[in-house]
Design a protein around this ligand. Structure first.
Ligand SMILES: *Cc1c(COP(=O)(O)O)cnc(C)c1O
Length: 315
């Protein structure tokens, strides 16, 4: 399996809300295990794993998550045993969970309250067996994950330079906030003027924003850059989380249908479709007009197919 990719494509969309021009960065087309932001992060985790001569992986997430699918796939390609600690109760059968099974990862279920201790036990068990296990935080959180989106930010700068344009806004789905932290670091390190707006799919403020702030500060501290930012500078928008993780309404479904029909781009109800809908609501609410707007498609192609029946019913 390839571990390398050129910049993911950026192209214009048909959407024209409030006379804004919309572009989309297709991280869903990163050519590794159905792409997505977890693929962008995973490439760097595996580089680190190989550099450190680790020989097994422990990570955390529901087996229906994009993160677990990608880690399980790359681990299988490299013949590295992969252990996934999953919160019990969050494991419906989905395209991702079937793929995780196919890739032969070993899933250990535990109550959410026992995740920390279960991870520790698994790591200890592997060490006793003579392994040197590599731990990846759920969702690929941490400085390495942040770095993946500093790289994405540089790809965006490269596109702007090539085509002589400037994006006034970058919108994307924010979950654990690692993607947003990387984009914000990229903006700070380049002293750029633009708004980066994360549309939360689950977390609320002030927690959601604080996690991003901590990630930004941790990353900059490791670079020995003393830049620091005020909490208010992190635009983490929690107005469109509905009933929380995984919840959506018919407006989200309508948005997904529109983008699918007009642009042929698959969005999903948990992450990208929900955020695309939230972005449009945010643009209306804040009366944003005549701007260049970039939406980052953070991936999750298999999720699109989990909701196909729902989409048909919304037509
Ligand atoms: C995990 C995920 C996100 C959230 O990314 P974070 O870096 O955790 O904020 C967004 N979109 C998709 C498709 C994801 O799988």
């Amino acid at each position: 399996m390839t571990n390398h990719f050129e910049a993911s494509p950026i192209h214009k969309m048909t959407e024209s809300l409030n006379n804004n021009t919309f572009y989309i960065k297709r991280d869903d087309l990163i050519p590794i295990s159905f792409g997505g932001n977890k693929a962008r992060k995973a490439v760097l985790f595996f580089e680190d794993l190989i550099k450190g001569k680790f020989d097994s992986i422990v990570t955390y997430g529901s087996s229906s998550s994009n993160h677990c699918r990608i880690i399980a796939n790359i681990a299988a390609a490299k013949g590295i045993p992969c252990h996934i600690i999953s919160p019990s109760g969050s494991n419906q059968s989905t395209a991702n969970s079937k793929l995780v099974e196919l890739f032969g990862s070993i899933v250990t279920l535990c109550p959410v309250s026992e995740v920390g201790i279960t991870i520790k036990r698994k790591l200890d068990e592997l060490k006793i067996q003579g392994y040197n296990p590599y731990f990846i935080q759920g969702g690929g959180h941490g400085d390495i994950g942040t770095h993946a989106y500093v790289n994405a930010y540089h790809e965006i700068l490269g596109y702007e330079n090539s085509f002589g344009i400037h994006f006034d806004y970058i919108f994307h789905t924010s979950g654990t906030g690692t993607t947003q932290a990387g984009l914000v670091c990229g903006k700070l390190l380049n002293a750029d003027e633009r708004e980066i707006v994360g549309i939360s799919n689950a977390r609320k403020n002030p927690y959601g924003r604080q996690v991003i702030l901590d990630s930004v500060n941790s990353y900059l501290m490791n670079l020995h850059k003393k830049k620091s930012i005020a909490t208010e500078e992190i635009k983490f928008i929690d107005d469109y989380i509905l009933e929380g993780y995984g919840s959506y309404n018919n407006k989200v479904l309508q948005t997904i249908n529109e983008v699918l029909i007009n642009d042929g781009i698959p969005l999903d109800t948990t992450y990208t479709g929900k955020a695309f809908w939230g972005m449009k609501e945010y643009i209306k609410k804040n009366n944003i007009t005549d701007k260049r707007i970039l939406f980052i498609h953070t991936g999750g192609t298999p999720l699109f197919f989990d909701n196909l029946e729902d989409l048909k019913n919304e037509r």
